[in-house]
Design a protein around this ligand. Structure first.
Ligand code: ATP
Length: 287
């Protein structure tokens, strides 16, 4: 399976939200990282055919998705950023309702819904009304509805927004188990959401994809740029003035100032590649 995006552009009035993006997607989990307004949702909405593009094309296995129409949309499972629920529905009723909209037979849908409710850990509360659900539970139903009908292409827009760390880990574990034979796209501005599960990372900035590579290659690309400088009173002022965007880290040896820079100064504090993470990559390329 291959999605080929060619020269895709979306303009709102005079604002270019997506700027001549070309990209090929195959089976795997893609993490799309970028700041607010980078164009992540715009790209996903164009991929789900929920938004009219300004120019460019999207081909699935060589066929234009606009010409495929319903056949294409049937292959998509989409978890939107906004939650919209009928609060009086139970999780099971909600899934059966979505299944009907997706054109899945009642018997098949019931079977799939129960399986998905187990997968997202909502089986025991499947008859409770959604009104009583926490934010994390609501996100998990949204994920389950995206997976109804066993779609080949799964698009998740900020799946862990508003979740506490425990719920976030839970969501990440579920996503990591999605089939390896699918194309899975996850947009987020939280690096840890995709760090351990994505096979590829797309870094977006101002409507463009500025990097598209495996996490390992991206980490390798900033080798030598990450430093942790021990903080003592004498050094503190100098460091803060010289490096504006560092973060303080509490280590067993005391407080350190972690910076990502190709500045050659303080090279004695450079970290080995195994201590570099995707957060550093994000800071280097995006901010
Ligand atoms: N309907 C719209 N009308 C006008 N401008 C829009 C519209 N939708 C998005 N934009 C603008 O397009 C740009 C990209 O928005 P988009 O929602 O794709 O970004 P994002 O990376 O998903 O951000 P976030 O992480 O905040 O969801 C932003 O500057 C946004 O303000």
């Amino acid at each position: 399976m291959e999605i080929k995006i060619e020269d895709l552009t979306k303009v709102y009035g005079s604002h270019v939200a997506l700027n001549h993006v070309s990209l090929t997607l195959n089976e795997g989990i893609y993490g799309i990282l970028g700041e607010n307004g980078a164009g992540k949702s715009t790209l996903l909405n164009l991929l789900t055919d929920n938004l009219k593009r300004s120019s460019g094309s999207i081909l699935l296995d060589g066929k234009d998705i606009l010409k495929m129409g319903k056949d294409y949309r049937k292959m998509i499972g989409y978890m939107p950023q906004q939650q919209g629920f009928y609060e009086d529905f139970s999780a099971l009723q909600f899934l059966l309702y979505i299944g009907e909209l997706k054109g899945i037979s009642r018997k098949q849908c019931n079977k799939q819904a129960l399986k998905l409710l187990k997968m997202v850990n909502l089986y025991d509360v499947r008859h409770h009304s959604i009104r009583s659900y926490s934010g994390g539970m609501r996100q998990r139903i949204l994920l389950a509805q995206a997976l109804l009908g066993n779609p080949d292409i799964i698009i998740l827009d900020e799946p862990s927004v508003g979740l506490d760390p425990r719920e976030r880990t839970h969501m990440r574990n579920i996503i990591s188990h999605l089939g390896r034979e699918k194309i899975v796209l996850i947009s987020t501005h939280i690096v840890s959401d995709v760090e351990s599960i994505a096979s590829d990372i797309l870094l977006m900035k101002k409507g463009k994809i500025i990097k598209n590579d495996t996490p390992t290659s991206l980490i390798h690309s900033i080798k030598g740029y990450v430093k942790e400088i021990p903080i003592d009173d004498l050094y503190y002022k100098k460091i803060k003035n010289h490096y504006k965007d560092g973060v303080f880290m509490q280590r067993s040896g005391g407080l350190q100032y972690r910076i990502v820079t190709d500045d050659k100064m303080d090279s004695q504090f450079t970290l080995d590649e195994e201590h570099i993470n995707l957060e550093d990559v994000y800071l280097y390329y995006v901010q």
